[in-house]
Design a protein around this ligand. Structure first.
Ligand SMILES: [Zn+2]
Length: 438
């Protein structure tokens, strides 16, 4: 943002508009990665930022609602590029749960945690398009919906044997079937296309590379970008070579290398971390350390918490014969994410929250902690979940950094997140399109 060019006749801003809000006297962290601006102000007109910068350059229009935020910090809203909406109630996943009420409840939970947009990755039903269309006509008061609609896997492929996942994705056995499914999907105009490419450590059927390649090509022909759930290095590499837009998880079977880095950079393939998804594979095998954290309990009911600490639940987690491998997969994911980022591969922010025991909102903050542990600075994490993630979506003219013209999707904090990313939990209030939603 060209901050030096900011002095603007802001008193003109409100004329002819419905609603003007002025935020004043906060420290602005705009998501660009530049230095924070102390004593900042922001003018929001009909949900969009009209000006942001030093407060003495941001005059309050006469009829504006002025909010004094002395001592507070403002950062961009968190964009989660990998979630799953609507299928879970408490700890049960079932497509029957996919109702307007359940999707909206989850979008409101996200918003309570400062997550202002979520890309739902391939497990949605047609209702999602109606909800998205309604949001895009106006100013949403809950997290913004992006969707990959109905994703793809092979016949009886991963994850169709997971509880509540049968019938959720397309199961295609040939390039011709992939094309046919794409003809059905394309008119709905999903934001992305999703493929699950995994055998779940040899326990499930993985879609063959040539069919995935056919899906990527068919999507591209329709103007869609494809994201793939991957686990193995070999799949990341093979699909990046075929023009994959994003690896929707980290490579976890081995370290990434220069060959993958060069392929991803050459083809513009993005990497999403979803580190907290790995945490979820083992953290509930013992009573989780955050079960009584008020930041967790504010959105997770007592029944669910009791289940998570019950003997039966713990025993079930401990009975997974692959459990000893999971912490290593997290460590590999962390190392690989940082290595790709440092090498210049584009990295967006993502958690895979939404499925059972992957708690929307809370998990986005855990993801930030795991990124910090992997060596990302707070400023990098903030830029990744705002600027980078908006660019991933192709919405960088509307979302991401807190600058003129963008929607006012932002989080007000009482503590400085640049000092410690865990301070992103000190949420005072949340705005989406200028609507105060918390
Ligand atoms: Zn997922």
């Amino acid at each position: 943002m060209p901050r030096k060019l900011l002095p603007i006749l802001l008193t003109m801003a409100a004329i002819g508009h419905g609603e003007t809000i002025v935020l004043r006297n906060f420290t602005l962290i705009d998501g660009s990665g530049g230095a924070a601006i102390p004593k900042a102000g922001m003018v929001i007109v009909d949900g969009r930022i009209q000006a942001a910068g030093p407060v003495d350059q941001v005059a309050a229009p006469k009829d504006a609602k002025v909010v004094d935020l002395s001592g507070k910090y403002v950062m961009p809203g968190i964009i989660n590029l990998h979630g799953h909406l609507g299928n879970v109630v408490d700890l049960t996943q079932d497509p029957k749960n996919f109702t307007r009420a359940n999707v909206e409840a989850q979008l409101k939970t996200y918003a309570q945690y400062g997550v202002t947009a979520v890309l739902s990755m391939g497990s949605d039903q047609p209702l999602i398009y109606d909800l998205r269309a309604a949001q895009r006509k106006g100013r949403p008061a809950m997290a913004r919906i992006f969707t990959a609609g109905k994703g793809f896997t092979g016949p009886a492929g991963y994850p169709t044997s997971a509880p509540g996942m049968k019938g959720v994705p397309y199961e295609v056995s040939s390039a011709a079937e992939a094309l046919k499914a794409m003809e059905e999907l394309a008119p709905k105009n999903p934001d992305f296309v999703k493929i699950w490419v995994d055998d779940h450590l040899g326990k499930e059927k993985k879609i063959p590379t040539e069919i995935s390649a056919a899906i990527i090509a068919a999507a591209k022909k329709k103007g869609f970008r494809t994201c793939a759930h991957i686990f193995y290095y070999a799949d990341a590499k093979a699909l990046a070579e075929k023009g994959l837009y994003a690896c929707a998880h980290s490579v976890r079977d081995r370290d990434v290398d220069d060959a993958l880095i060069q392929t991803m950079k050459k083809n513009g393939t993005w990497q999403l971390g979803t580190l907290v998804r790995e945490l979820s594979t083992f953290v509930f095998s013992k009573p989780a350390p955050f079960l009584n954290d008020p930041f967790f309990t504010m959105s997770v009911n007592k029944g669910v918490r009791d289940t998570l600490s019950s003997d039966a639940y713990l025993k079930k987690q401990q009975g997974d014969k692959d459990l000893p491998k999971y912490p290593g997969f997290l460590a590999t994911a962390q190392k690989n994410l940082k290595k790709l980022y440092d090498a210049g591969v584009r990295v967006g922010f993502a958690t895979d929250s939404g499925p059972p025991a992957r708690f929307s909102g809370f998990f986005e903050h855990k993801e930030m902690e795991l990124m910090a542990q992997a060596g990302f600075t707070p400023a990098q994490i903030i830029s990744i979940f705002s600027k980078n993630s908006a660019e991933f979506l192709g919405w960088q003219k509307d979302l991401g950094t807190l600058e003129k013209g963008h929607w006012a999707d932002l989080v007000v904090l009482t503590k400085n997140p640049l000092a410690d990313i865990r301070n992103a939990q000190s949420i005072d209030s949340v705005y989406i399109a200028g609507n105060k939603v918390r």
